[in-house]
Design a protein around this ligand. Sequence first.
Ligand SMILES: [Fe+2]
Length: 277
Amino acid sequence: MNKAVRTVLAQRSPMRDIVPVTVGLAAGGLLFREHRIRAKTERLGAATLETLLNAIDANDAVTGAHVRRVATYALILGEAAGFDERTLHSIERVALFHDVGKLHEALTDIFHDPSKLTPEERRAVMTHPQRGAEVLAPLSAFYPDLGKGVAAHHERWDGTGYPRGIRGKRIPLTARVVAIADSFDAITHRRRYSRARSFSEAVQAITEGRATQFDPELVDLFLTPAVLRKIERAMRQANAPQRKRRTRRHGEKKPGPDITFRWRQRSNGPRAQDPRP
Ligand SMILES: [Fe+2]
């Protein structure tokens, strides 16, 4: 080391060593704080949505179970399509809240009345996507796609759906995915005027809706053997608790958990494993 360098080093003030360390610590502290605030905000978002889901359950357990199954099927399809995590979260939220508009006071009685719908009641039922979007409007600053997806879940690929009659890719992607999952679940469960149909009958109905009711590319993906296998397995799993509840009346096993609400794991930290099949 030459003399000039030694002189400079000897003249270094202790402050010159301390300042970079202090700045580094402050930056690290800020980053840590930002990370904690973001994690807390995510947990708050998850808790808010979960509270809303609990409210749906409390009001109408049948709809609560339906939306969970729809979310499961929609995510199977979305993951098969290779959508990124952000899009999958969006699909999941639209699936879980697509029918929240049915809980509106003006529609509750109509949805629970087993008699045939009058034309006026049918028109009222058709307002549920828009009513749902209105319920979710306060969340639009955080989840801008949620209301739009919910409002469009009864639109059809050929433009004959409701409420706006939009067609093709003008229908939000989330709504196109959820429409397939929603119809599949509606067909495989008993409704007001129809019995629950089998897995293969539901697959046939989805096939027939290709390019009329549903996005043809998404239908093609839905019909691949790998996706159908996962959907069938999820359907069996979703129906399993009902069978267990029946046996419980005879003093046997307790019911198993319903389909796992995935962001419960996410909000508590990293996912240990994917709970879905
Ligand atoms: Fe609906």
